[in-house]
Design a protein around this ligand. Sequence first.
Ligand SMILES: NC(=O)c1ccc[n+]([C@@H]2O[C@H](COP(=O)([O-])OP(=O)(O)OC[C@H]3O[C@@H](n4cnc5c(N)ncnc54)[C@H](O)[C@@H]3O)[C@@H](O)[C@H]2O)c1
Length: 359
Amino acid sequence: MQPLRCAVLGWGAVSRHMLAALDRTTWAEVVAVVDVREDALAEASDRYQGVVTGTDLAVALGDDVDAVLVNTPSHLHFDQVAAVLDAGKHALVAKPITNDFEHAARLVDQASKAGVTLSVGQQMRYMRHYQAVGRVVAAGDVGTVEAVTLLNAKPRPNVGNLAGMQQPALFEMACHHFDSLAAVLGDPRPVSIAADGFTPSWSSYDGPSMVNALIRFEGGLHALYQGGFASQGPSYELRLEGTAGALRCRGVHMSVDEMTTELARPAQAFAPYDVNRGLDPVDPWAVHLEHWRDYVRGGTEPPFSGRRNLAVMALLSAGIESVQSGGAPVDVCDNPRFAAAFGHAVGEHPHVDAVGASL
Ligand SMILES: NC(=O)c1ccc[n+]([C@@H]2O[C@H](COP(=O)([O-])OP(=O)(O)OC[C@H]3O[C@@H](n4cnc5c(N)ncnc54)[C@H](O)[C@@H]3O)[C@@H](O)[C@H]2O)c1
């Protein structure tokens, strides 16, 4: 089979990670790179022999391109992805798909009409510990999960490309967490979210760089969430409370695969528990890109397709509505605003695929 010919739009941090994994495959090649920085284009030419480079998006839309990786700052995604789909190319866009639910839904619709795939770079759900915890949940080892706590905040004093962003904590960080929770819990439908966005005195972000939220899911599942870029020290905790016990993973960040993992049976103390049994550490991009390749070639629609990712976008957007209203709960799955997100079958278990893929 011919390699998938990829163009890269935006040669920054996320491209670095994604391309490191793509370069290890035999089924893809980078044929074009677009960036507004000349130094980025020089670097790209050094790395890929014969690559076409330029500062204009048109360079990425030539006849010899099958798919475009849109890795620019998110306020540019809507127009750029629309142009990619309009040119009949597959699009893989860095999270968040856009900074606006309605725009995301329009892109999903456009891709469907154009007969091409639209995917989102939500690789974090394929981190080993999310796959491992998803496996524990699916196997019923903690019984029916009724409460979840996810805390992940880090100091990121360098605002970088998030300067001026209205909702950095929700759009830039919580999108990973909400997607990973869906992967771990088997896609429960979010009923409502009440969120408090805030900016600590030491934070230099314009919008809320921290968020605390309460999320209710269907089936009596309650989540307590904190995320953001402005904690004074890094912290990570994922805790599930089920009818058969509690599982806890603690570390410094969701993407650092060194965790203390413990299990407590009802009313007993936590004890060490090897949640990763049999799962090797994995580059989540490698797993994500394998699923993406299959999808582009007409295979299974992955949980990170633009269409399926609308549920994450709905939860984020409802969270933002809640922050803006001062913390009042906002409906999600039954909210007419988000109807485009909840048309798909309920109860799918995407993490089961994910675990299978990495074993
Ligand atoms: N999945 C992940 O783990 C992950 C990690 C980091 C960032 N991201 C996401 O990736 C996206 C990009 O973030 P980043 O950290 O890579 O940013 P970055 O600033 O490091 O890189 C963005 C690149 O886009 C280029 N660019 C800006 N405007 C452009 C234009 N009009 N045309 C072409 N190129 C342009 C910039 O010059 C820069 O090289 C964001 O949506 C972010 O949320 C995802």
